[in-house]
Design a protein around this ligand. Sequence first.
Ligand SMILES: Cc1ncc(C[n+]2csc(CCOP(=O)(O)OP(=O)(O)O)c2C)c(N)n1
Ligand code: SF4
Ligand SMILES: [Mg+2]
Length: 271
Amino acid sequence: MFYEKNKDVKASFDTVVQQGALNYRSKEMPIWCPGCGDFAIAQALVEALNELAIPPKDVAIGSGIGCSGRFPVFIKCYGFHGVHGRALPLATGMKLGNEKLTVFAMGGDGDGLSIGAGHFPHAARRNININYFLFDNSIYALTKGQTSPTADTGTVSKTTPFGSLDNPLNPVLLSLSYGSTFVARAFSGYHHEMKNLMIKAIQHEGFSFLHILTPCVVFNKQKTYELYYDRCKPLPKSHKKSSFDQAMKCAQNQKTLYTGVFYQNSRAALQ
Ligand SMILES: Cc1ncc(C[n+]2csc(CCOP(=O)(O)OP(=O)(O)O)c2C)c(N)n1
Ligand code: SF4
Ligand SMILES: [Mg+2]
């Protein structure tokens, strides 16, 4: 129904998921709103998988609930759109069931840092060879705009009409302290960099965490493309991804939101 009324969006999504030699077009029409950063994430992933020549039959995505959680429905590959907060246990099971698969856990800031937050440290410290892409729009979007754990103090939403009193969580800082062996941040408005970071995450042997800043154009009028274009900058050239201390320092900077690989080490991965 939605796409009958928005044929141009449907047509552009068709182009998006058919990029390159491998076709990841699923039979389902996306229900994302025009302008949603999730389209750019889908396109970047398809390009990354094409560059790495990983066919749909070798890809599996576990997701929770949320606009972001719908991801595996719109991409042709193995997928399990599970219950809220359980993207990581699903992905863990997929990888342990078939080590040859390239496995992703995908979900939102609510999914991964509220209800599912208990899974994150354990998946990271186990260092299973999976890729966790956290789609951070600082809002519960699917349920139409409640304050999420990454929303800034003072955020006005349907659940905090007078402004949130809580401090936001910092996903990169958390991931580092949990022991992730690959920690990176992308912004869905910087397409080429996001695609390259996805490639690096996939190539990393171990638990790869990619924090993706991605605007919800409908329900979050505070975390906008304009804000991220202004504040997202590549990590300094002098940054050494082998330095945990440097990574922790850069992750704490909230004025400049650094993008790139904060940290990577080669601790033996659980396949
Ligand atoms: C157990 C359970 N609790 C609550 C919900 C309602 N619910 C669905 S999606 C969602 C939050 C979605 O936010 P996020 O994970 O950030 O994803 P987004 O929609 O922003 O991509 C909530 C609270 C649910 N589906 N299941
Ligand atoms: S509600 Fe927000 S996050 Fe969900 S599809 Fe629309 S723009 Fe994207
Ligand atoms: Mg969200």
